[in-house]
Ligand binder design. Structure first.
Ligand code: PEP
Ligand code: MG
Length: 530
């Protein structure tokens, strides 16, 4: 029995057999190659790959479809494909040319140390390059013909790996490297597959076919567990099932604290798929729709596409309020400029007015179809707010001129994540702000001058510190004076102790990941508001 430590990518506890996903090394032919034939073979392979990606996108949740779209778009990227064509012309085989260029692009992205977003996209480039080389070399695209559910182990998981095996056959995931922020991890979380990353190469050496307890919640796994560890894992799994049943019983109970105060539970979502899940878990609406997730670099969604996305979210919310965070694609694009202390959120939107206007128009049109409100993130002062409202006025005029159906009176609000904005919250209400959402993820990092991703400085990242409480109290106070709603959202709200503290600060509306809704409901029902 041996314990391996890693990091949680997707929580959960499972017991099962390991199946090691091995990618046999590619061996390329020696040539000589005929450039024309190679070019044709590459074009055919791209068509097959794009069909496969389309098919996988069809099976993925809407919030994840962008991952496949990005990979498919890479195959149409002029710069990338020109380089491949150049190599083919110089006599290199199509598969090797694709492999060389793909690896180089991936290495460049992986080296962008100050841009975590681009670093993560590097795996997508490798993934799609590998798909093409496999097609060209007539190799399988799915490595495992699984006939029973297993815990998949690999050095690194590619986003499409999770779709390359029959549904329901993956019990868990263990990777030697990888990151909890990767696309593969995002997909694992949404599919509820427990997973850990960074267990180290050692684990992979001799794990195939052996039994493992994967305790992803604790970020560890036990290879060849002894009878006692096995028994204790089985007991825990049974206990978790019992707790789940108990939590599900919460669904029927009212959102009321022990001393009789009503509260509201909202969900943080990405798209129609998890909006639906959130509603099933008892959310009264969406407190944060991270709209930017549907917008991948290179593909500017037009107004109609955005409109359809928002109306699908409204349909999934079944008549309940959806709060959309307005954040343009430019935000994801800008590298250093959009880093934490740069031009993120509204700052970036206000520098890309045409894109911002497209989004606001799509939102105002969608709002005619159901209850929808819009908030601006990273607002620092009332000047930001006034500038944003000018764009809203402009969109209102344009939509009126066009004669299309839209909701002229969409409530606009501020997502408070900058301490300066919290300290001057009443300025926004004086200028027509209709609601507040406190974004604790970012507010904590800006208040404590600590990056939310930096594990080594985690000690400073305290979302319910005395400083945070002061800022939150200021916002609650300003909302009360102006009689507007205020919601608190972020990862911290999914923690029962923090949520109870926020309740004591006067908050009655909480927005969190759908999977935390019932736990928090129970905690708040067991608490006194006063
Ligand atoms: C926040 O900042 O609190 C938040 C919920 O937004 P995100 O995690 O998307 O930055
Ligand atoms: Mg934020």
């Amino acid at each position: 029995m041996k314990v391996y430590k890693g990091f949680t990518a997707s929580p959960g506890l499972v017991l099962g057999q390991v199946s090691r996903l091995d990618r046999p090394p590619l061996v390329f032919g020696e040539g000589p190659f005929h450039p024309e034939q190679e070019k044709q073979a590459l074009e055919d392979a791209i068509k097959v790959a794009q069909q496969e990606l389309d098919e996988m996108a069809g099976r993925a949740a809407p919030s994840e479809q962008a991952i496949f779209l990005f990979q498919s778009m890479m195959l149409e990227d002029e710069g990338f494909m020109n380089e491949v064509a150049f190599q083919i012309k110089a006599g290199v085989g199509a598969a090797e040319a694709m492999d060389r260029v793909g690896r180089r692009y991936a290495a460049q992205l992986a080296a962008m140390k100050d841009n975590a977003y681009m670093q993560l996209r590097s795996v997508d480039i490798l993934d799609v390059t590998q798909r093409i080389t496999n097609i060209l070399c007539h190799r399988l695209r799915s490595w495992l013909a699984l006939d029973h559910p297993v815990i998949l182990a690999s050095d690194l998981l590619m986003p499409t790996d999770l779709f390359s095996v029959p549904a329901g056959r993956i019990l868990g995931l263990i990777t030697a490297e990888g990151s909890g922020q990767s696309h593969a991890a995002i997909i694992a979380r949404s599919l509820n597959i427990p997973g850990i990353t960074q267990v180290g190469e050692d684990f992979l050496k001799d794990c195939d076919g052996r039994e493992v307890i994967l305790n992803a919640t604790e970020g560890e796994c036990i290879l060849d567990p002894d009878a006692a560890a096995r028994q204790s894992a089985i007991t825990c799994i049974c206990e978790m099932q019992r707790q789940n049943e108990e939590l599900n019983a919460q669904l029927e109970l009212p959102n009321r604290t022990r001393d009789g105060e009503e509260f509201e539970l909202l969900a943080n979502c990405f798209g129609p798929e998890d909006v639906g899940t959130a509603m099933e878990s008892g959310a009264s609406g969406v407190g944060l729709l991270r709209s930017s997730y549907m917008m991948m670099p290179g593909h500017a969604m037009d107004e109609q596409e955005q409109y359809l996305f928002y109306t699908s979210c409204l349909a999934a919310a079944r008549g309940r309020m959806v709060t959309v965070r307005d954040r343009t694609m430019a935000d994801a694009y800008q590298g250093v400029q959009s880093s934490k202390l740069g031009l993120r959120g509204i700052r970036s939107s206000l520098r890309n007015l045409p894109q911002m206007a497209v989004q606001i128009c799509a939102l105002m049109r969608a709002a005619a179809k159901g209850p929808l409100r819009v908030m601006f993130p990273m607002v620092t002062d009332v000047e930001d707010w006034d500038s944003a409202m000018q764009v809203v006025d402009h969109c209102r005029r344009k939509l009126t001129e066009r004669g299309v159906e839209f909701e002229p009176d969409v409530p606009f609000g501020v997502m408070l994540s900058v301490p300066a904005a919290c300290m001057t919250a009443e300025d926004f209400t004086a200028h027509g702000c209709r609601f507040f959402v406190i974004g604790t993820n970012d507010l904590t990092q800006y208040t404590h001058a600590v990056s939310r991703e930096l594990a080594i400085a985690e000690h400073y990242y305290r979302p319910a510190s005395p400083a945070m409480k002061k800022l939150i109290a200021m916002v609650v106070d300003a909302a009360r004076k102006a009689d507007i709603p205020v919601t608190i959202c972020g990862l911290a709200v999914g923690n029962a102790v923090n949520a109870t503290q926020y309740l004591h600060l006067g908050l009655r509306s909480f927005s969190m990941s759908p999977q935390n809704l019932l736990t928090i409901k129970k905690a708040l029902r067991d608490a006194d508001a006063k």
